[in-house]
Design a protein around this ligand. Structure first.
Ligand SMILES: [Zn+2]
Length: 113
């Protein structure tokens, strides 16, 4: 992969990482207790479900953030854009959409178990 494309993907990754950091900072801020002490049981149930959703989002963000960091490392190592399973070049369209991916489309869709 040429230098210009590499820089472009690096930029995409850095941008995404910036977005993720903001999301995580928001997720970590205390969740206000919706309804408070006077909330009826239905409100409380909704608040619980919302809190769980936020925790779930937070975990997903953490994984994605790690994937982005790993992709940035691969750019430094010069292995970016190569499928980790079959060693083929990952298509440009796929890298545009998910620059932090480690697998080409074939390997992602048909993982060798
Ligand atoms: Zn592959």
């Amino acid at each position: 992969m040429d230098r210009r494309n590499l820089d472009r993907y690096k930029q995409l990754l850095l941008e995404k990482r910036g977005e993720m950091s903001v999301t995580i900072a928001e997720a970590e801020s205390p969740i206000p207790a919706a309804g408070g002490l006077r909330g009826d049981p239905v409100d409380q149930a909704n608040a619980d479900a919302e809190a769980e959703l936020q925790i779930h989002l937070h975990q997903t963000d953490g994984r994605l953030l790690r994937a982005i960091e790993e992709a940035l490392t691969r750019i430094r190592n010069g292995t970016f854009g190569t499928c980790e399973a079959c060693r083929n070049q990952i298509s440009r369209a796929r890298l545009e959409a998910v620059p932090w991916t480690r697998l080409c489309r074939d390997c992602k869709e048909h993982p060798v178990v």
